[in-house]
Design a binder for this molecule. Structure first.
Ligand SMILES: *[C@@H]1O[C@H](CO)[C@@H](O)[C@H](O)[C@H]1NC(C)=O
Ligand SMILES: *[C@@H]1O[C@H](CO)[C@@H](O)[C@H](O)[C@H]1NC(C)=O
Ligand SMILES: *[C@@H]1O[C@H](CO)[C@@H](O)[C@H](O)[C@H]1NC(C)=O
Length: 367
C-alpha cells in the first residue's frame, strides 16, 4: 500500500502595484504506481481492451514493443470511509466506484442514496448501489463524495475500482435519479479544499522488469514543478464531438522524421488507455514513411530494420516527440467516432495537466 503525502512549496507573487506578498501554496500529491498483470493474452487483446473503451474496432496496429501484452494500469490508494482501495486513475471516465476486489463495507459516514449506478466501459462494466461517503486522497478530505459500490464488475480485475478524473458530463445517465454526479475534483473545488480544479499527472515508465513501484504522482489543485521541466504548453479542450465529452484536444500536426503525416486531428487524452492510437490515414502514412508492415498475427507493425526517426505530435504550437523506443503506436482501422487516443505510452514521457477550471489540457517535458 502506498503512503499519501503532502508537500509544500513557496511561490512569491507581486500582488497589485503597491505590495509584494509571499505566500505558501499547498499542492497535494498522491503517489501512483503501475500494475502489470500480464492478463492481456496478446497485443490484440490489449488493443481490443483499449479501444473498446471508446467503442472502436481494432484491425491493425503498429509498434515495436512485444511487452505491450502486459495489461498496464496506473493505480492510486484512496480511502473511502475507513477502507483503503486500489483504484485505476482514469481521465477517460468520471464515476468513482469501489468493490471490484475488496468489497465496500458502508460505515457510519456512508449514506445509501437509494439509487443504482451503472457504467459501461466497453472493455468491462460495473453495476451497483450508489452511496455518498467521505474520501481521503492526497491528505485531502472530501465529504459526501458519490461512490458506487459494485455488485458486479465483469471485465475489471486486479483492482478495487476506478477513480474518475474525466469531465463530469461523462457521469450523465450513470446513476438513477441524478443528472450528473460531481467528480472527486469537482467536490475538492466546491468544498473549498483546492482553489483551482487542476489535476497534474506524472507517469513514469517502469525500468526493465521492475513493477509496482510508486513511480508516478497525481497533483491535486495545481501542478508539481519538480515533475516537469520548462513550461507547460496548454491547449483548449476541443469543441468537436465526440471528443468534447472527454479530455479531447486538437493536435495540429503529426510528424514522422519531421515530415507531416496528418494535420488537424482531434484526440482524447486518456490515462486509462495503454497505447497511442492514430487516425487511419496517419497510421498508413506512418507505415509508409517508416517502411513497416502490419503483422497480421500480433496486430503490431513489423520492420526488417527498426525505425530510427521520431514521431511527434504538435499540440498548442509545440512539438512533443517520441523516440522509437518510446512509441508504440497502434491504429484503429475503422471510421468510428474516436480514432485518436493519446494513452500511457505518450503520457509516460510528458507531464500532463487536466485543467477543468480553464477547460484546457497541458503538457510539459518530464523532469
Ligand atoms: C487475470 O485473469 C483471470 C481470469 O480472467 C482472473 O481470475 C484474474 O483475477 C486476473 N488477474 C489479474 C491480476 O487481473
Ligand atoms: C506540419 O509539420 C511539417 C513538418 O515540420 C511542416 O512542414 C508543416 O508546415 C506543418 N503543418 C502544419 C499545419 O503545422
Ligand atoms: C529522415 O529524413 C531525412 C531527410 O528527408 C532522410 O535523409 C532520412 O533518411 C530519414 N530518416 C528516416 C529514419 O526515415
Amino acid at each position: 500500500m502506498v503512503r499519501l503525502t503532502n508537500f509544500i512549496f513557496f511561490a512569491s507573487v507581486v500582488s497589485g502595484a503597491l505590495s509584494s506578498t509571499v505566500y505558501a501554496r499547498t499542492v497535494h500529491s498522491v503517489p501512483i504506481y503501475k500494475k502489470v498483470s500480464g492478463n492481456a493474452t496478446s497485443s490484440k487483446a490489449l488493443m481490443a481492451r483499449d479501444l473498446a473503451r471508446f467503442n472502436v474496432d481494432v484491425a491493425a496496429a503498429v509498434g515495436e514493443a512485444p511487452e505491450t501484452n502486459d495489461d498496464n494500469k496506473y493505480v492510486a490508494a484512496i480511502q473511502v470511509g475507513t477502507q483503503t482501495f486500489e483504484l485505476i486513475v482514469d481521465t477517460g471516465s468520471s464515476n468513482t466506484w469501489v468493490g471490484a476486489g475488496t468489497k465496500y463495507t458502508p460505515g457510519s459516514t456512508a449514506t445509501f442514496t437509494l439509487e443504482l449506478f451503472k457504467v459501461t466501459y466497453g472493455s468491462g462494466s460495473v453495476f451497483g448501489l450508489e452511496y455518498t461517503d467521505n474520501v481521503q486522497i492526497g491528505g485531502l478530505s472530501i465529504t459526501k463524495q458519490g461512490i458506487g459500490s459494485a455488485i458486479t464488475s465483469p471485465g475489471i480485475t486486479g483492482v478495487d475500482g476506478i477513480i474518475g478524473f474525466g469531465p463530469v458530463d461523462l457521469t450523465a445517465g450513470t446513476v438513477t435519479g441524478l443528472t450528473t454526479v460531481p467528480t472527486v475534483m469537482d467536490n475538492l473545488l466546491s468544498q473549498g479544499t483546492i482553489s483551482t480544479e487542476v489535476l497534474g499527472v506524472s507517469f513514469a515508465p517502469e525500468n526493465g522488469g521492475d513493477t509496482n513501484d510508486a513511480n508516478g504522482e497525481l497533483t491535486l489543485g495545481g501542478t508539481d514543478p519538480t515533475k516537469y521541466s520548462g513550461t507547460i504548453t496548454y491547449v483548449s479542450k476541443t469543441t468537436a464531438s465526440p471528443y468534447n465529452k472527454y479530455w479531447g484536444i486538437a493536435v495540429s500536426n503529426i510528424t514522422y522524421n519531421g515530415t507531416s503525416i496528418s494535420t488537424s486531428a482531434n484526440a482524447v487524452v486518456d490515462t486509462g488507455t495503454t497505447l497511442i492510437y492514430l487516425p487511419t490515414a496517419a497510421y498508413n502514412s506512418f507505415l509508409t514513411a517508416s517502411g513497416g508492415t502490419t503483422d497480421s498475427t500480433t496486430g503490431l507493425s513489423s520492420w526488417t530494420t527498426l525505425p530510427t526517426a521520431d514521431l511527434a505530435l504538435s499540440i498548442g504550437g509545440v512539438s512533443f516527440s517520441l523516440t522509437p523506443s518510446q512509441f508504440t503506436v497502434p491504429a484503429a482501422h475503422s471510421s468510428t467516432a474516436v480514432d485518436f487516443i493519446i494513452g500511457q505510452k505518450f503520457l509516460e514521457n510528458y507531464y500532463s495537466v487536466f485543467d477543468t477550471t480553464n477547460s484546457r489540457v497541458g503538457f510539459a517535458p518530464r523532469a
